[in-house]
Design a binder for this molecule. Structure first.
Ligand code: SF4
Length: 95
């Protein structure tokens, strides 16, 4: 197995663990920016949905990056597309 494939598998397992345990995303911050942009979490892994949960939504999250339009919004952790009123299990309010 190539080193890159092993790296991607480890990352995927890690993201699944975060999603399953509801653990804060702090360990994700330890990843280099190269790693973070190389493989963002799939919607299913982080239980992403296009609607708020308990009054929380992406536009309030520290990982949300506002785009020029709703379609170009980005998340530092989760794959696009991301809705400003969406939510996922990695949600972390801006301080
Ligand atoms: S709630 Fe999830 S998808 Fe939305 S910005 Fe935060 S980390 Fe990204």
């Amino acid at each position: 197995m190539k080193k890159t494939m092993m790296h991607n598998r480890s990352r995927r397992c890690f993201l699944k663990t975060v999603a399953a345990t509801g653990t804060a995303a702090v360990p994700l911050l330890a990843l280099s920016s190269r790693d973070a942009s190389a493989a963002k979490a799939e919607h299913l892994v982080v239980q992403y949905r296009d609607t708020p949960r308990n009054g929380h939504f992406c536009a309030q999250c520290k990982y949300f990056e506002v785009g020029e339009s709703e379609d170009s919004n980005q998340c530092q952790i989760v794959q696009s597309p991301i809705a400003s009123k969406g939510w996922c299990s990695v949600f972390h309010p801006r301080s």
